[in-house]
Design a protein around this ligand. Sequence first.
Ligand code: PHE
Length: 340
Amino acid sequence: MLETQLEELRRATLAAFASANSLEDLEGARVEALGRKGSLARITKEFGRLAPDERARLGKLLNSVKQDLETEYDAKERRFEETALAERLANEWIDVTLPAPGVHPGSLHPVTQLQQEIEDLFTSMGFAVLEGPEVETEEHNFDALNIPSTHPARDMQDTIWLTSGHLLRTHTSPVQVRGMRKLGPPFRMIAPGRVFRNEEVDASHEHTFHQLEGMMVDREVSVANLIYFMKTLLSSIFKREVTIRLRPGYFPFVEPGFELDIHCLICDGVGCAVCKYSGWVEQLGCGLVHPNVLRMSNIDPEEWSGFAFGLGLTRLVMMRYGIDDVRQLLSGDLRFLTQF
Ligand code: PHE
């Protein structure tokens, strides 16, 4: 009796598998026969009533039925999958000449690009690239640069003070101090970085911008050395020969101190709106390192001398690309940034 049921189950289920037209049909037939509440499970329950030798004989048959059905199910399932894949491959195609949609490769910020160019130039001339912290001590940012707390020059740069007594560095010059103490003379270094001032923000003022500092200390460093490096720097940035001039400029950490101008690149010095009809555009502050500054970082000014300069990377980028609003640079606006 059970034997006939098992043989009939095998026959009927194999027939159902054979006629299944979809994976769902196939799965339906499988559940009906082999599922937890399926025919095979039902038949198995009857086994309890059988004599031991009958049970052994029919058990074998049951296992062989089960195995047949599982094997056939797997084979048929695989066939369905292969057909589906073949169909997909036959119908799917792409036009490899179409531009890919939505691919927006990133690029370096224009300030970063200029910074890296200048780093390459200076490292090729034996300068180390140093970094310093953005949160600085009063000592590094002011005192060691010959700007004691009583000095009026502290008001030249509106400082953002932290409650801890630290400050956000107002210029990259504190890295000079770190450089002198870390490297010891003779050395050459540059230090690019972000600086912060307590400024009312408008088209030409930002509270956060980028500077690049440079310093060289050796025996008998003179203004002639300074001029040579500054001309090399500016010719490299503007990719042409530039004419420069030095005007006296006051920075407590250099003596003599200068403001360095270049001949206006827009009008070639004739006079235009960009140079405010003066023919010259201010570029950077520089000078020979003040003996006090050397001394405060344990360098003997009788033996060593040096030059230092600090330029506004942000402002240089604005000049280079004719950007007239400094706020664009930190805006993160992709319409602006993707132009570079
Ligand atoms: N630190 C000065 C500033 O931010 C620039 C400077 C650097 C001037 C080095 C002279 C020498 O204005």
